[in-house]
Design a protein around this ligand. Structure first.
Ligand code: ZN
Length: 224
């Protein structure tokens, strides 16, 4: 199952799971799937009165645990049925260690500790973009190619209500944009390049480690 992880352990929420992940997910992680209207609503701002509350910090801790159990690299509150503007993200060294050097470089993946954003605002920096596969814990079993800003700046509150700003490039920037979309009722399938929705098994078997240009020429040739 390592080859699978190689392709998508860090894609968006984390598109698919290895065998051990499947075993824990359904019991431990009540992640809602596409079809539930909560994923299509604009989530509500967290009111100032809740910032800094033990309840909010506990929710963030719970979300990090669910994200890890899935396993994924990001999780937004609507994905556990809570229509609130909160997301968490993390990329762990062990997931990145499974990638080849080329893949690490192509995706600009770097490990980072868990981060929590409450009422986040994500702003693209510059005009550079990157195109890569994403999957979503709420759309299990599939991946698609999505073009995103290469660099973003995110501002918001942390789990204790303290203001924070993070300017970041590459994979974390992709995760931030994917999770912010969840707070606005948008899924990656709304943004993916037409014709690039792949079953995760096919993506893994056919395209793992290949340049995106090769993938595009195989599955999305220009129309005559
Ligand atoms: Zn997602």
């Amino acid at each position: 199952m390592r080859a699978l992880a190689q392709l998508d352990a860090g894609v968006g929420d984390g598109a698919t799971r290895d065998a051990s992940g499947d075993a824990v997910t359904d019991a431990a992680a009540p992640i809602v799937r596409t079809g539930d209207p909560v994923l299509r609503r604009r989530a509500a701002e967290v009111p100032a009165a809740r910032l800094g509350s033990p309840e909010l910090a506990a929710l963030a801790t719970e979300m990090i645990a669910i994200m890890r159990a899935a396993p994924g690299v990001g999780l937004a509150a609507p994905q556990i049925g809570r229509s609130e503007r909160i997301f968490v993200l993390e990329d762990r060294p062990e997931a990145i260690g499974r990638l080849s050097e080329t893949e690490r470089a192509e995706r600009a993946r770097v490990a980072f500790a868990p981060r929590v954003f409450v009422n986040p605002v994500v702003t693209p920096v510059g005009t550079e973009t990157a195109t890569f596969f994403e999957g979503c814990l709420s759309v299990p079993g599939y991946v698609g190619l999505v073009t995103r800003a290469l660099e973003v700046e995110v501002t918001g509150k942390d789990e204790h209500g303290a203001p924070q700003t993070w300017r970041v490039r590459g994979w974390p920037a992709r995760i931030l944009q994917h999770e912010l979309d969840h707070l606005d009722g948008t899924l990656y399938v709304d943004r993916m390049l037409p014709r690039t929705l792949l079953h995760a098994d096919e993506a893994r078997a056919r395209y793992a480690g290949k340049p995106i240009a090769d993938v595009l020429s195989a599955i999305a040739p220009p129309r005559p």
